[in-house]
Design a protein around this ligand. Structure first.
Ligand code: THU
Length: 140
């Protein structure tokens, strides 16, 4: 699948925006919500979880993906990320998304529940380092 219908996209944005209420972001005050839809049709949410030791913070997108993977899912159709101002996924999250497929659709929304952008991991992370790079045939 290369794109979601407007209705499917909106639905995932709304789930991510709803999840955002559970964000634990007392330091940045920048709550983030994410929702990943698997190819099997399941949805996993995530929020950013901050820590007094700042680098121990984990992003919403990675939590959603890790929850899905830990429940046996590795094939993702789309991931929605919602912030108050429509912020874009960070580099670390793009790398984690790339691990599971460059064609995964990425939806970016704002706190009003508006879908601002529908793109793909491939477009967000050109030249990605992927599992393929570790295949013996691709090594020097
Ligand atoms: N954050 C995310 O959850 N996802 C991103 O892609 C960017 C940043 C979180 C981390 C931190 O809790 C807050 O947003 C500010 O950086």
């Amino acid at each position: 699948m290369t794109s979601l219908s407007a209705q499917q996209a909106q639905a995932l944005i709304e789930i991510a925006n709803q999840a955002r209420q559970q964000a634990y972001a007392p330091y940045s005050n920048y709550p983030v919500g994410a929702a990943v839809r698997t190819k099997s049709g399941r949805v996993f949410t995530g929020v950013n979880v901050e820590n007094a030791a700042y680098p121990a913070t984990m992003c919403a997108e990675r939590i959603a993906i890790f929850k899905a993977v830990s429940e046996g899912e590795r094939e993702f159709e789309a991931i929605a990320v919602v912030t108050s101002n429509g912020g874009s996924p960070c580099g670390g999250c793009r790398q984690v998304m790339a691990e599971f497929g460059l064609e995964t659709i990425v939806l970016i929304g704002n706190g009003k529940g508006h879908l601002l952008l529908q793109t793909t991991v491939r477009d967000l992370l050109p030249g990605a380092f992927t599992p393929q790079d570790l295949q013996p045939d691709n090594r020097a």
